[in-house]
Design a protein around this ligand. Structure first.
Ligand code: PLP
Length: 400
């Protein structure tokens, strides 16, 4: 059956629908089983139908769904306290998606300078290959011409520079620069782990020039890299950070976090969200934190990632005509491909394994953080067979 013509066709969808999920596995109505290494694009950190999340949602659903931010929301206060205790941050604003978290982070950076008497400092430096979302300001920060085309003038105030070149960043700083925005691990841009020295240099530059450092951890946050936040690996802390994706494990929720200093302009009335931080979302996000934010769980993610990466490295050695590079941090992994990444995604799907592609000809491997030996072995076998077929195709083409 074709996709309903009443769905706005902005996605080129794969002709697959799932009826239920359990752990890292998805099942079609016909009972076909797929290994889910897409995880809703790094959202389902605890896989599907995790008992603790189901329980949290069920219990909250029977009590109270939504009240608005005109009243106190105990679940939101609890989650904010926990996020701040576990990070650099002092304050949190809850919203519903990644792009909204970015919008909030951008507004906060601008307001910070405005209340300091420098409203002309509103520009933000961003990086080539970044992805920050699809609303107009976040999209302008993303700076991808393909996504901006036809949507009128981009939001003013974003200066994009080449990734990884500190001299280019220094040159781009003007008296109007408010902040620098970067993903510590660039997800959509091809799972590029930003060198820690570069992050340190950005921190230094921000300190020297009175700018704020904003980390977009929408994809890398909440345990994905084996630390609660990816910035922990570098030792560099931001002033503002955006979260979403895994924060709700599949329930839509986003947040931006900040130091008290960075957040000082955001007083009553300066920002809002009807749904942001509602009791349902907060119940689920608190349940996620119960599981993910423990030493044991994060150590387990690191261990799993290490073993998986070793086996991927072996596959790369055996299939060097197909896999150019294994990269990533924790379970935010990518295979940079020799043949088109899209061909690998198709071959893996034929092996009943789901993966998303990314920029830079990369196939992303984003398993739920709870995978064990069975899932890893299935994935390695699937990748092995897919590589063998692609190598044969490649060889045939070369011969023809
Ligand atoms: C997915 C993503 C976003 C956008 O999140 P949405 O929830 O789709 O709006 C922003 N930044 C990064 C790094 C992302 O991976």
């Amino acid at each position: 059956m074709p996709v309903s013509p009443h769905i706005l066709p902005t996605y080129a969808r794969v002709d697959l629908a799932f009826e239920r999920g359990e752990g890292a596995w998805l099942y079609t109505a016909a009972g076909e089983r797929y290994l889910d290494f897409t995880s809703g694009v790094a959202v389902n950190a605890l896989g599907h139908a995790h008992p603790a999340l189901v329980k949290a949602l069920d219990e909250q659903a029977a009590k109270l769904w939504h009240v608005s931010n005109l009243y106190r929301i105990p679940g939101a206060e609890k989650l904010a306290d926990r996020l701040c205790a576990a990070s650099f941050a002092d304050v949190v604003f809850f919203c519903n998606s990644g792009t909204e978290a970015l919008e909030g982070a951008i507004k906060m950076a601008r307001k910070y300078h405005a209340v300091a008497g420098k409203p002309e400092r509103f520009r933000i430096i961003t990086f080539e290959g970044a992805f920050h979302g699809r609303t107009l300001a976040a999209l302008s920060a993303t700076g991808n011409k393909k996504y901006l085309d036809g949507f009128g003038p981009p939001v003013e105030g974003f200066d994009q520079v080449a990734y990884g070149e500190i001299e280019a960043v220094k040159k781009a700083v003007t008296p109007e620069t408010a902040a620098i925005l970067i993903e510590p691990v660039m997800g959509e841009g091809g799972v590029r782990v930003v060198p820690h020295a570069f992050l340190r240099a950005l921190r230094q530059l921000c300190d020297d020039r009175g700018m704020l450092l904003i980390f977009d951890e929408v994809q890398s946050g909440i345990g994905r890299t084996g630390a609660l936040f990816a910035y922990e690996h570098s030792g560099v802390t931001p002033d503002i950070m955006a979260l979403a994706k895994a924060l709700g494990g599949g329930f839509p929720v986003g947040a931006f976090l900040a130091t008290a200093e960075a957040g000082k302009g955001m007083t009553a009335g300066t920002h809002g969200s009807t749904f942001g931080g509602n009791p349902l979302a907060m119940a689920v996000a608190n349940a996620i934190m119960d599981v993910v934010n423990t030493r044991e769980f994060l150590a387990q993610v690191k261990q799993t990632a290490l073993r998986f990466k070793q086996r991927l490295a072996e596959l790369k050695d055996r299939h060097s005509s197909v896999i150019a590079e294994v990269r990533g941090e924790g379970l935010l992994m990518g295979l940079r491909m020799v043949p088109p990444a899209a061909a690998m995604v198709d071959e893996l799907r034929a092996e009943k394994m789901l993966t998303p592609s990314a920029g830079d000809n990369v196939v992303r491997l984003l398993p739920p953080l709870i995978i064990g030996e069975e899932e890893m072995a299935f994935a390695i076998d699937a990748i092995d067979r897919a590589c063998t077929r692609l190598a044969q195709l490649h060889a045939k083409k070369g011969a023809a």
